[in-house]
Design a protein around this ligand. Structure first.
Ligand code: G3I
Length: 330
């Protein structure tokens, strides 16, 4: 294959994948494409194994088993690691969600601090990008009503960035969210908040735009405008969880991959990739699993899927070629 994803990007941008060690261990054909030999990817994100419920299942008791396995795999396969995610209202352990005694600012703050410091310290020097805060905004630009916001207002963001930076000053710290690709209340309010953090000297380094998108609704000009809004703050950018889904009917039916949507999807991937490439601050993109075989989409958005550049048979789709054409044409 003349178009190697990683080689086209080395030294310039990142092209990553989300995966897990147990998926790699259980599927040799999948692991062969994910790994160094395929020369496709130069960065990896753990899809679930560094989330709070997994990494601190009991108060103060940390389990790095799965995270460590993926980091070891990344090192063996010459891939950098995005840490995902330190502070998120979802996938919290039950002791966080249902405490015996309701949390107060005084009881929750040391828990948050210990979590962030312990995890970042454990991976210091091994994880160079951290999603410090995930999904803190609503679509209308207001702050999401979570255990953290209810208890601390936006102070938790400032503390989280500060603690993470103190533990690993070399890590690039992100605030990550979905629907962060197009201008609108969410992007505009978030950009203003990020600007205030930067102005006040907090160690925010980058914005993560998840980019869970829909075929036929991707516009390069629209995404460029959204990304530029963040770039104008001086922050770096990354497309952190890319997939572009479409209606395939119930289930994840291989037959549907040959519909006309595949051509539109390729165009959409081309435009998304170009939107990143057109902005110097955009560091690259990561596919949220590289193949439909392990995509989260059909399980959550029933009747939709086929969102990745590799199909369930692990064959490349036109979307793959489109991404590479964008990269090589830059
Ligand atoms: O661990 C349990 C396992 O014990 C159980 O047998 C199994 C049965 O369903 O479920 C397992 O937990 C699942 C978990 O993934 C680990 O595989 C959950 O049900 C499932 O809901 C969970 O989904 C993850 C989702 O985040 C949770 O919110 C997806 O894999 C993951 O792709 C998705 O990723 C998020 C990003 O972190 C943030 N941005 C949005 C993105 C998509 O939702």
């Amino acid at each position: 294959d003349a178009l190697g994803g990683k080689m086209a990007l080395v030294g310039r941008r990142w092209f990553g994948q989300a995966t897990e060690s147990y998926t790699l261990d259980g599927d040799a054909a999948y692991a062969a494409i994910a790994g160094a030999a395929s020369v496709e990817f130069n960065r990896v994100t753990p899809e679930n194994s560094m989330k709070w419920e997994t990494i601190e299942p009991q108060p103060g008791v940390f389990d790095f088993t799965l995270g460590d396995k993926l980091v070891a795999w990344a090192q063996a396969n010459d891939q950098a690691v995005r840490g995902h995610t330190l502070v998120w209202h979802s996938q919290l352990p039950s002791w966080m969600n249902n405490p015996a005694v309701p949390w107060t600012a005084a009881t929750l703050k040391p828990v948050l601090e210990n979590h962030i410091r312990t995890v970042v310290r454990h991976y210091k020097g091994k994880i160079d990008q951290w999603d410090v805060v995930n999904e803190m905004f609503n679509e209308d630009g207001t702050y999401r009503d979570t255990i953290f916001y209810r208890t601390f207002g936006t102070d938790f963001v400032k503390w989280a960035l500060t603690w993470a930076h103190e533990e690993d000053p070399d890590a690039l710290l992100f605030i990550n969210d979905y629907n962060f690709e197009y201008r609108g209340p969410k992007v505009d309010t978030a950009a203003a908040f990020f600007q205030s953090l930067v102005n006040e000297g907090y160690p925010l380094g980058a914005v993560g735009c998840q980019a869970h998108l829909i075929v036929g609704q991707v516009s390069q000009a629209g995404i460029t405008a959204g990304l530029q809004k963040f770039a104008d703050t001086g922050l770096l950018l990354y497309l952190t969880e890319v997939d572009i889904r479409y209606e395939i009917g119930r289930g994840n039916d291989i037959a549907n991959y040959t519909t006309s949507q595949v051509a539109q999807q390729a165009k959409d991937y081309y435009e998304l990739t170009n939107a990143c490439l057109a902005i110097d601050n955009c560091l690259g993109m990561t596919l949220w699993e590289y193949t439909d075989k392990y995509s989260w989409i059909p399980g959550v958005w029933d009747g939709t899927g086929a969102a990745l550049p590799w199909d369930v048979r692990l064959d490349k789709k036109p979307a793959y070629t489109a991404i590479m054409e964008a990269i090589l044409g830059q």
